[in-house]
Design a protein around this ligand. Structure first.
Ligand code: 5GP
Length: 131
């Protein structure tokens, strides 16, 4: 187990295949640092995944091992996607799942962008507690 909280990077993961063009996606944006595409199982009217091009399993891995250029390029790509989708006014939510407790399914770091409706409480846990 590495600092990432997950096993070492496996280039056969589904997002690596999408980056390499081996499986299709509904692309929203691409540059040298990032690829953005619609989630296959959207949870909100707009649900886009933004993934860095580099081989990082999680936020923990990316934040520790990516170069400053990669981090800046990735963060700017997220902002670009939100602007291109016209979400500045209505707002949106960014989320990343890191490791087992967060339920991370795909071991290639990614950020979810949710938008298109009122997004409700920040966590399902809080909704259950009714707070
Ligand atoms: P995680 O739970 O790892 O944060 O989120 C993984 C996300 O990837 C899920 O929302 C899931 O619907 C999405 N996903 C899994 N496989 C594919 C795929 O082949 N294509 C696309 N576009 N999204 C996928």
């Amino acid at each position: 187990m590495s600092v990432s909280g997950l096993p070492p990077y496996d280039p056969s993961n589904v997002f690596a295949k999408i980056i390499r063009g081996e499986i299709p996606c509904r692309k929203v944006f691409e540059d040298d640092w990032a690829l953005a595409f619609h989630d296959i199982n959207p949870l909100t009217p707009t649900h886009v995944l933004i993934v860095p091009k580099g081989p990082y399993v999680s936020f923990a891995d990316f934040s520790e091992h990516a170069s400053g250029e990669e981090i800046a390029g990735f963060v700017r790509a997220i902002g670009h996607v939100a602007r291109e989708l016209g979400l500045g006014g209505q707002g949106y939510r960014l989320l990343t799942n890191m490791g087992a407790d967060a339920g991370q399914e795909v071991a290639h770091f990614h950020v979810h962008l949710f938008a298109g409706q009122r997004l409700g409480p920040m966590l399902a846990l809080r909704a259950k507690q009714g707070t």
